[in-house]
Write a new protein. Structure first.
Length: 476
């Protein structure tokens, strides 16, 4: 049942869809195997916070217990090994996790043959690669600020054009990985394909869905959009409750005319869940600047009428008000979000953008204080700090904080793209147009739909060419 504006529905039918989403998207997956609660964390978080909310509150619904829980069949040694893996992952000891699974496999220990654990090993490889490239990409763009990553007071000579790259080589040595493999995307893709081929007929649809998902992420990073959508579709066929796959698929769209085509394709290929409604919002939101903005506004308004307390939809509505230059309404909606969930830092960085534009320094300072209390080292807090420093004209420190935000932003190319765009703006304020162009170029490479990055890049690339032309003329 599609929740379109011209479709009739009642509370019972929506409740049934919500119950299905919780039972099959959260409960059954996480009670089948304790490790799944770790692997399904982001999906569960989105479903529980942004879709379910309190819609089933007060309704006593019984869900049957599962009889085939994996944990109940594990020996004490396997349970110990499983908990070690979880600790390694939570501590971000990805190389130790990779080696530990190999060690278990060499000893032919039963738990190493579990498909979810094999996925966790491959995913750890991907996170190792992402951590390394995230830091090295900052250096490769010659945009490092500070004599090291912790100095707030010094602007590094790397901002100058005469950088000899020696520090870059030193850091590459420091960042080498201790596991005896070359961690690059082709190697990880090979590992994924090999694992899928060996387990193609496995009944563990959840783990297979995760493998197809991370394959789609990598293919998307390699700009192979067609193959990425194919992999992500396979992920959703195995688990139609995988929000991460939906979100990644939305980032594969480069042109507004592709949205309707993709939505029609997915509606035919994938079992319908409520997440498809949110997927439509995610797709159309990226092309608000196009002539199809009314489609997005209508869908968002309709879905808000059904889920008025959804954080995700309120954020989209606040961002929409900002795009429409209704800054008062946008600020009001972000204020309501903080009242709704005062200890959540996730939306505060977006809110700080609004306060920066309006020049509301006292409120921005108050927001920064709240963010520091919640998590001083989060990407959101560093972004807010960057906006605050920029508003008080301390552009060097603003760049430092935006760089730190990039370092701790995990697997979110769109967010990193926005941060590089902000860095570009700061370099403009410092009069360093060369570094600004590099920042905008990096931003547009991470997200081709970042219009602000493209505008900044084209504008200053044109100015750079013009100044060179004038210089050549002056020498004739």
């Amino acid at each position: 049942m599609l929740l379109s504006a011209d479709t009739s529905y009642d509370d019972n039918s929506v409740d049934q869809l919500l119950l299905d989403l919780f039972e099959n998207g959260v409960y059954n997956i996480e009670n089948f195997f304790s490790l799944n609660s770790l692997l399904n964390h982001q999906n569960s978080k989105f479903i529980l916070e942004n879709v379910l909310g309190d819609y089933l509150n007060g309704k006593d619904v019984l869900i049957p217990n599962l009889n085939n829980n994996i944990d109940s069949s594990l020996s004490i040694n396997n349970k110990i090994n499983l908990n070690k893996l979880i600790i390694f992952f939570k501590d971000k000891d990805y190389d130790r996790l990779y080696g530990f699974v190999d060690k278990l496999a060499n000893k032919n220990i039963f738990i190493s043959q579990n498909l979810a654990i094999k996925y966790l090993q491959i995913y750890s490889l991907y996170l190792l690669w992402d951590d390394k490239t995230s830091v090295l990409s900052i250096l490769d763009d010659n945009l490092i600020v500070g004599s090291d990553f912790n100095d707030d007071n010094v602007v590094s000579n790397k901002m100058n054009d005469d950088n000899d790259g020696s520090s870059l080589q030193e850091l590459k040595v420091i960042k080498t990985i201790s596991i005896p493999v070359v961690v690059d995307l082709p190697f990880i893709l090979h590992e994924i394909d090999h694992t899928i081929d060996l387990n193609y007929n496995s009944d563990d649809d959840f783990a297979l869905s995760l493998l197809y998902y991370i394959k789609g992420v990598i293919l998307n990073k390699q700009n192979n959009k067609k193959k990425a959508i194919e992999a992500l579709t396979n992920s959703l066929k195995k688990n139609p409750y995988n929000w991460n796959a939906y979100k990644e698929m939305s980032s594969c769209i480069d042109r507004v005319e592709e949205v309707s085509i993709l939505l029609e394709y997915i509606s035919k290929e994938i079992q319908y869940t409520l997440l498809f409604e949110f997927f439509q919002i995610e797709c159309w939101a990226s092309f608000f600047q196009s002539s199809n903005r009314n489609i997005y506004i209508d869908k968002l308004t309709h879905l808000l009428s059904i889920f008025p307390t959804s954080k995700y939809l309120i954020i989209k509505n606040a961002s929409l008000a900002f795009e429409l230059k209704d800054l008062v309404q946008s600020e009001f909606l972000f204020d309501s979000l903080i009242q709704l969930d005062p200890y959540s830092i996730e939306t505060m960085d977006l809110y700080s953008n609004i306060l920066y534009v309006t020049g509301n320094l006292p409120k921005l300072k108050s927001l920064l204080t709240k963010a520091k209390i919640i998590n001083d080292f989060s990407s959101e807090c560093q972004t807010i700090s960057g906006n605050f420093q920029s508003l008080i004209k301390n552009h060097e420190n603003a760049i430092l904080h935006f760089k730190r935000a990039i370092k701790v932003t995990s697997n979110d190319s769109q967010q990193k793209s926005k941060l590089y765009t902000l860095i570009g703006h700061e370099f403009i304020e410092l009069g360093n147009h060369h570094a600004a162009i590099s920042s905008y170029r990096r931003a547009s490479s991470l997200d081709s739909r970042n219009y602000a990055a493209w505008m900044g890049f084209i504008r200053f690339q044109f100015l750079d060419c013009w100044f060179r032309y004038i210089f050549i003329l002056s020498t004739i």
